[in-house]
Design a protein around this ligand. Structure first.
Ligand SMILES: NC(=O)C1=CN([C@@H]2O[C@H](COP(=O)(O)OP(=O)(O)OC[C@H]3O[C@@H](n4cnc5c(N)ncnc54)[C@H](O)[C@@H]3O)[C@@H](O)[C@H]2O)C=CC1
Ligand SMILES: O=C(CO)COP(=O)(O)O
Length: 326
């Protein structure tokens, strides 16, 4: 029996909608909050969200734009883009009267502050018990009930375990952890690295280069993770290596697809959120502040900012001095 009978998902994009479906499948009473009242009313009546086409929302999921009503749930999942997390949690905070778990489901690092997602939650809502959910899981796969596994971390293991019990089902398998920082780093960095790998594939550099770049990307993700106190089993787990493999190998990923288009010299897909674009500059600032080398991420940031051409960035990576593997 779970203490978390009711769940509210804040943010009715592709991921929020998929997570609402997950929670309903796990037997929770689910509210899905959309900031736009018209959008909420349309999804509530049609049971269809254009952000996640072809997925029919279970009839018992309540879709609303009433944040006060949503905030009464026993646990909250926030699935807005990373850079909008603080704004939404600021609005939520005034409705919270008791300690409540707030699970960050976005993947990124806040611009300007270098804060990870649970730090933003802790600052914006002091009553919250911050947690993070991340791992290899495309919204479409999750919503369709294809098997997926993710990591769910909270500072307190009993809380992380309780949240896993509330959301888990045979087709959505969260593993609990207390390594919040490790989970956050994997989710943020893999999006930037997926843009790099997409570019290499778009440039037709070959399957060997794809594997090499993914692996060297993992090496730099691990370096940063270690410097910030992440555990190695988290970095090699679902939210680290697992999500990196998924995102660096499939055009279903919007980050990979962005890289693919850039590599081919095409226009990036319109209206698709690729968090790596926003994470790249802040990731390399953070790495520099720690004295950590992240050459693949730096190349992505330089290309996106127009400081380097793709060919110059590739050549820069290929002519780095030979060194010991680490
Ligand atoms: N789509 C996926 O497969 C997965 C996405 N994620 C993460 O989830 C986060 C959201 O991604 P998606 O849902 O896919 O994006 P999306 O583009 O489908 O939806 C984003 C939603 O956030 C809403 N939104 C934007 N600004 C807002 C604000 N200021 N206040 C409230 N709502 C706002 C938009 O209206 C939209 O409904 C990202 O950080 C992404 O990396 C994580 C795992 C899987
Ligand atoms: O995070 C994801 C899968 O785990 C979704 O990847 P994209 O945001 O690149 O589509």
């Amino acid at each position: 029996m779970t203490a978390f009978r009711s769940v509210a998902v804040i943010g009715a994009g592709a991921w929020g909608t998929a997570l609402a479906t997950v929670a309903a499948r796990a037997g929770r009473n689910v509210t899905l909050w959309a900031r736009n009242a018209e959008h909420a009313a349309r999804i509530q009546s049609t049971r269809d969200n254009p952000r996640l086409p072809g997925v029919r929302l279970a009839s018992d999921i309540v879709v609303t734009s009433d944040l006060a009503a949503a905030s009464r749930a026993k646990m909250l999942l926030i699935a807005t883009p990373a850079q909008h997390l603080r704004g939404v949690v600021n609005m939520l905070a005034s409705h919270l009267t008791t300690p409540v778990p707030i699970i960050a489901c976005a993947k990124g690092i806040e611009h300007g502050t270098h804060r990870f997602m649970t730090d933003v939650i802790a600052e914006a809502a002091p009553r919250a018990q911050p947690a993070i959910l991340s791992g290899p899981s495309f919204a479409d796969d999750v919503a369709r009930g294809l098997p997926t596994a993710v990591t769910l971390a909270a500072r307190d293991d009993a809380l992380a375990s309780g949240l896993v019990q509330a959301l888990g089902s045979p087709t959505f398998r969260p593993y609990h952890s207390t390594d919040i920082r490790g989970v956050e780093i994997g989710g943020a960095a893999k999006n930037v690295l997926a843009i790099a790998v997409g570019i290499a594939v778009g440039r037709k550099l070959g399957a060997s280069a794809q594997a090499a770049l993914t692996t060297r990307g993992f090496a730099e993700l691990t370096r940063l993770g270690r410097a910030l106190g992440a555990r190695s089993e988290t970095l090699t787990g679902l939210s680290g290596l697992g999500d990196l493999i998924l995102t660096c190998s499939s055009p279903q990923s919007r980050n990979f697809a962005l890289g693919l288009a850039l590599g081919r010299g095409e226009q990036p897909p319109a209206g698709k959120l690729a968090e790596g674009e926003f994470t790249a500059p802040v990731l390399i600032e953070l790495a520099a502040s720690q004295g950590i080398e992240m050459p693949v991420s730096e190349a992505v940031a330089s290309i996106l900012a127009g400081r380097s051409t793709i060919d110059a960035a590739i050549s820069g990576l290929l002519t780095r001095p030979f060194k010991a593997e680490e």
